[in-house]
Design a protein around this ligand. Structure first.
Ligand code: MTE
Length: 323
């Protein structure tokens, strides 16, 4: 087994990156010639970088900061954040920034369908200009027990929900990432349930904290963070923050996310941060603040309880509200 020890938080990657699901993967690899053939597809990332035209919304950055959203810690260094990512479409390791540059992000459209008055396909630049953007400082807590603090730019998801005009019967929003195995090498591994999917309840989607991100650190979103549109729900573990979204489907069926599909006992629908509920393989009581060497106690709802605890009132007994 390939175990990579990381400085600082020092957890073997096989444990620290639960999404790797090493055992499942090994079983798959042992299990089939198809798997072996598919794994040999990986091309060197440096050969795939696409030359992009200037982002058509670049003039909107830096967006005005919304001072309602403050931090209890310094913002993470941009370079560090941009080189320590989870974007499994481009590789199972944290250093996928270079490989992610292969993703073409213009033209980019977002489909809105399912239980809505009328299906729509929106051009990303038209959407961004129509809704307008602001900057917010958010904490980010990964299920792997590390955290960062990020200046995201974007708009409340409530604005997209309003544009979508969902029917009263819609209970959830299902979000989907692009599917492009030509540039995203891991998507050629057909034993994973691509495309990446995540879901929220309608109440979660409409909460003021739920943010659709278009930029970071005062400029358009770098590809490795999920350009041109990703989700930020800072009271939930990071795997809920789906990247490079192409589709929002309003539905009455609870969506099954990518990780839930792979390992439902470890990565559930709700995934709200709770230091008292350990992951089956490690504690969630504290987190390594990336770039500082500091270990901090993790806060319930990642410190956002005042804004979101009400969403879960009455559900405690019927739902498992933590990853
Ligand atoms: N979205 C897609 N499409 N693919 C992914 O692999 N990884 C998730 C989430 N969104 C992921 C994704 C995980 S596990 C985390 S912690 C965050 O993205 C990481 O976001 P960052 O790289 O911007 O820090």
């Amino acid at each position: 087994m390939n175990v990579i020890h990381r400085r600082g938080w020092n957890m073997p990657e096989s444990q620290a990156t639960p999404e790797h699901l090493f055992f499942n993967r090994r079983d798959f690899l042992i299990g089939g010639a198809t798997a072996i053939a598919a794994s040999s597809f990986a091309a060197p990332a440096s050969a795939q970088r696409v030359a992009d035209a200037k982002d058509p919304t670049a003039d909107l950055y830096p967006a005005k900061r919304n001072e309602m959203f403050t931090l209890d810690r310094p913002v993470t260094d941009e370079k560090l954040n941009g080189n320590f990512n989870n974007f499994y479409e481009f590789g199972m390791q944290k250093t996928i920034a270079e490989a992610a540059q292969a993703l073409p992000i213009r033209p980019w459209t977002v489909k809105i369908d399912g239980m809505v008055e009328k299906e729509q396909t929106l051009d990303i630049d038209t959407l961004i200009r129509k809704v307008g953007i602001e900057e917010r400082l958010y904490r980010h807590r990964c299920v792997e027990a590390w955290s960062m603090a990020v200046p995201w730019s974007g708009f409340p998801m409530a604005k997209l929900v309003a544009m979508a005009k969902p029917l009263g019967s819609a209970k959830y929003v299902r979000m989907e990432t692009f599917m492009n195995p030509k540039v995203a090498g891991e998507q050629r591994k057909t034993w994973y349930p691509w495309p990446y999917v995540e879901g929220l309840t309608m109440a979660e989607a409409g909460n003021d904290l739920t943010f659709l991100v278009t930029g970071a650190y005062g400029h358009p979103l770098p590809k490795q963070h999920g350009a041109p549109l990703r989700l930020a729900t800072p009271w939930k573990y990071g795997f809920k923050h789906i990247k490079s979204i192409v589709r929002f489907t309003f539905t009455d069926k609870r969506p099954v996310g990518y990780w839930e599909m792979l390992q439902s006992s470890e990565y559930g629908f709700w995934a709200n941060v709770n230091p008292e509920v350990p992951h089956p393989r490690w504690s969630q009581a504290s987190e390594e603040v990336i770039g500082t060497g500091e270990r901090r106690p993790t806060l319930l709802f990642n410190g956002y309880g005042a804004q979101v605890a009400d969403l879960y009132k009455g559900l405690e007994k019927t739902e498992r509200l933590w990853a």
